[in-house]
Design a protein around this ligand. Structure first.
Ligand code: SF4
Ligand code: MG
Length: 386
């Protein structure tokens, strides 16, 4: 398999009145084409900010201040190579070194994102079918001339009208796009898609609107679908259906999925690679087996130990004591971010930030001084968890 996306030393800061917040503090990850990569962590760990940094949805006072995001796309690399030679390495493009207009133009056709709250992706005053058709139309116009960055910039303007809820009164919807919208609704398992297309978002149930949002995200046949807590707001049955749907769509369309979740069960079910995120860093990453069975990082151990037993009783529930540290730059210092909560903390951990033992490798990597000695107290998820 080939690597489609490689993030290196990504840093995203928020410049607030209290000071600089290091929300993403040097994230490395590597995703192969067709894989499902899970970023798992508690809320506030920086996983959503990582996802939004990749798809370029960071707004002031946030800013990506450092790092590289390498995206493998030979056609695009060839098309823009002459204009932005510094951003190209063979068939890869560093998304942080191309102009914002070109970068944003990749949204929809190359990268697409679904969110926890589908309401935010739809205008309540326009039918669902029309909004999806509009997304199709935007992609059609751009792909009519895929090598032109100008077409891509125009596409961005249209996409941003959709994404930014700045809806134009003009419609760009052809009968073909409407037909494609209905196909997409059918693809995501919406019954009676022809009638459903003419309904407004409020006429959909939560689960149905989630499906419609996925249909909208698929309009441009993206290479990479980023799903940020896509099922968190749904009840367990619908949640399972949506996860099944993502699985099916991935098999059918060959998409790569970056899945952001706090739910270990979702990761275990969906992902073949995992990054565990804590306080702005990926503290452990590897295959699902590396992280769930052969974990080394005390935070991973704590996270696995805090999973409630599905059989009831909650006997396994052992929350990690203490609080998530401040991500303010002047309070973070040079210590391991987990030091205040870590049962294994030692003097070493307070003086310098632990480095990955195998920096830049795609193998099991751990950001902890224990990486050399190993640490695994035998806790794992209960067998009946999935
Ligand atoms: Fe705990 Fe030290 Fe490892 Fe940090 S580096 S996780 S404090 S053992
Ligand atoms: Mg989040």
């Amino acid at each position: 398999t080939e690597e489609i996306l490689r993030v290196e030393e990504l840093k995203t800061r928020f410049f607030t009145d209290e000071g600089q917040v290091n929300a993403v503090d040097g994230v490395d990850l590597s995703i192969d084409r067709g894989d499902t990569y899970g970023i798992v962590g508690e809320s506030g760990s920086g996983k959503s900010v990582t996802a939004r940094s990749i798809i370029d949805l960071i707004e002031p006072p946030g800013e990506i201040t450092d790092g590289e995001i390498w995206y493998r796309e030979p056609d695009l690399a060839a098309a823009i190579g002459d204009d932005y030679p510094d951003a190209i390495d063979g068939d890869r493009i560093d998304l942080l070194r191309i102009p914002p207009s070109v970068r944003r133009s990749l949204r929809g056709s190359n990268f697409s994102m679904i969110f926890q709250d589908p309401q935010s992706s739809f205008n309540p005053t326009i039918t669902v079918g029309e909004q999806i058709a509009e997304a199709v139309e935007v992609q059609r116009r751009a792909s009519a001339n895929p090598r032109s960055t100008r077409a891509r910039s125009e596409q961005y303007t249209l996409t941003s009208m959709i994404l930014g809820s700045m809806f134009s009164s003009r419609r760009y919807v052809s009968p073909e796009s409407r037909e494609r919208a209905i196909e997409l609704l059918e693809l995501v398992g919406i019954p009676d898609p022809i009638e459903r297309a003419d309904q407004y978002p409020h006429e959909y149930s939560g689960g149905m609107l989630q499906r419609a949002m996925i249909a909208q995200a698929l309009a441009g046949e993206p290479d990479v679908l980023i799903a940020d807590e896509p099922t968190t707001a749904l009840d367990v049955t619908i949640q399972a259906q949506i996860l099944d749907l993502l699985d099916e769509l991935q098999a059918e369309m060959g998409m790569t999925i970056l899945l952001i979740t706090h739910n270990l069960g979702v990761v275990a079910r969906m992902c073949n690679r995992v990054g565990v995120m804590y306080a702005g860093e990926i503290v452990e990453r590897g295959t699902l087996e590396d992280v769930f069975d052969d974990y080394v990082h005390p935070y991973t151990a704590g996270l696995l130990g805090s999973v409630p037993d599905m059989e009831g009783g909650g006997g396994r529930l052992q929350p990690i004591s203490g609080n998530v540290p401040s991500l303010l730059d002047h309070e973070m210092g040079d210590r391991c971010h987990f030091a205040d909560r870590c049962p294994k903390a030692m003097e070493d951990c307070l003086n310098h930030p632990p480095e990955y033992p195998a920096s830049g490798s795609d193998h099991h990597a751990v950001r902890c001084v224990l990486a050399e000695t190993g640490y695994n107290d035998g806790r794992a998820l209960p067998d009946d968890y999935f």
